[in-house]
Design a protein around this ligand. Sequence first.
Ligand SMILES: *Cc1c(COP(=O)(O)O)cnc(C)c1O
Length: 349
Amino acid sequence: MAKPDLHIDLDAVIANWRALDRMSSAAVETGAVVKADAYGLGAGQVARALAGAGVRNFFTATADEGAELRRALGPGPTISVFAGHMAGDAEAIGGAQLVPMLNSLDQLTLHFEALPGAPFGIQLDTGMNRLGLEAAEWEAAAGIVLEAGPTLLMSHLACSDEPQHPMNIFQCEEFMRLTEDTGVPRSLSATGGILLGPEFHFELVRPGIGLHGCAPFDQGRKPLRLSLPVIQIREIHAGETVGYSNTFIAESSMLVATVSAGYADGLLRSLSGRAHLWQGLVPCPILGRVSMDLITVDVTHLADTPTHLDMLGEKQSADDLAAVAGTIGYEILTGLSPRYRRVYHGGAA
Ligand SMILES: *Cc1c(COP(=O)(O)O)cnc(C)c1O
């Protein structure tokens, strides 16, 4: 059966990484966050392309993701894990030579006992109250921890997509206070923080969403084209309805195409009756409700019978879809269905 094709331009991802890398000074290292299967694009393929372009530091959310990434990348690049060292992770961390970003005193104990001498980093909470040692815990443990030689001290900004938000400066100053004079490389900024300017860069920055040209780095290149196969086309007449709950009623004769993908594939139900699919540069409105595996589209005005229609592409980015659906590009990307056939272009080392 014809599957939806998700075309992924790895050269665009590499170009975005290079553009982000150029935003900090040459002394600042630029890593790449490839958690959640590289935001749905495919962690192995994306990370191999980036490693070929010179990326040496990768980040995943969990140790399992890190172990899978190690299989794709082989030895060499550093793979750090935001979740740190959780119970049951020792084999994955030790076996795949991952660097857990330890988040609590319990994790420190677990890591030092399970894998003595193995590399680790430290995640500090500077106000987001999500992950990391709190200031008082860090102040109590810093002596012993620094003795053991962490590879990285990191924290994460809560409001970096709002450049004027006072939380940015607050967290940056708190991070400086907690880490000054340690001599250990530091990292505070994801994509949003890179755009805030040099005082937020420290020794390493770690973009994720920006690699895919989504906000807050929406000036980046768009690597995705999602092409949905048309299963069936029918003619309907004035007064006939389309889809669940009869939310669309035809006012005149029209041609309706049914394409193969739906909300089970991450194409949110809130796109119903609001978004468009595209034949090249020509928009085709979605008619009625998005259903689980199918979407119905007005193709009356097209010059030729479509075999495929694009949901993502030149005329509609993940951010565009997110705006219609009332969400953010991150959620559109990480919702990209495992049912799509991922077709990679470019990226040769
Ligand atoms: C997801 C994540 C990143 C990457 O963030 P983007 O906004 O996608 O660039 C960086 N650091 C941490 C801790 C994260 O959880």
